[in-house]
Design a protein around this ligand. Sequence first.
Ligand SMILES: [Zn+2]
Length: 236
Amino acid sequence: MHPELEAVVKLWENVNRADRLQAERVTCIENRSLTVTNQREAAEALEAARVALDGVRTEERRVMRKLDSYRKRVSTTRTMIDTGKAPDYRLAEQQLRSCILIVDDLETEALELMEQRDDAEQVAEAAQQAFDAAEDASTRAVVRERDRIPAIDRELEDLDLARPALQEALTHEHRGPFRTLRARNRSAVATLRDGACSVCNYASPSQVVNEIEGHTRVHTCRNCGRFLLPGRPEQA
Ligand SMILES: [Zn+2]
């Protein structure tokens, strides 16, 4: 490769690697922050599901106790009537009928509460699973951040240290175009494929193509400004 082009490629590899590491660093931190938030939300949802389930269970117990007491009343009143021990037969009959109606209502209510409890149990179970998954994800993200960030920072430091020499190695006339490409957030290099830029497809004049393929001169694409790498491998 032409030594001037090689200098461009080396500097490009350095800054490109640093860009990727910076992006990974940001993603790493954002991901951890996101999973921690998710875990907190899942914990809140789980707590709400448990409170709801407790509420239904408490209500169910209350209704069952009431049902139990009315069933006993039905049975006692019936025995009094059957054994002729009721002080007022007509009143006892009336009481029996009203107690039976209440028992019916309470049985219906108890059945509805059992269904509600089943639903609440399912919701609580799903909330528990969601919380477990969120906790796992958050733990993994925390570990990843803890392990990865120091490694990223070390590599970034190395790249920063190496960069001035690479910038120095760049021919003066190539510094401007390189800076422009960087400022536009573009890749600095493209490959020549059948005489055309691999990124923007602009076909370079044959003279330019020959010089690039022959490694005699460095050219940038006249359309996108990228430094053009020869498409054919160098002759040994
Ligand atoms: Zn181009």
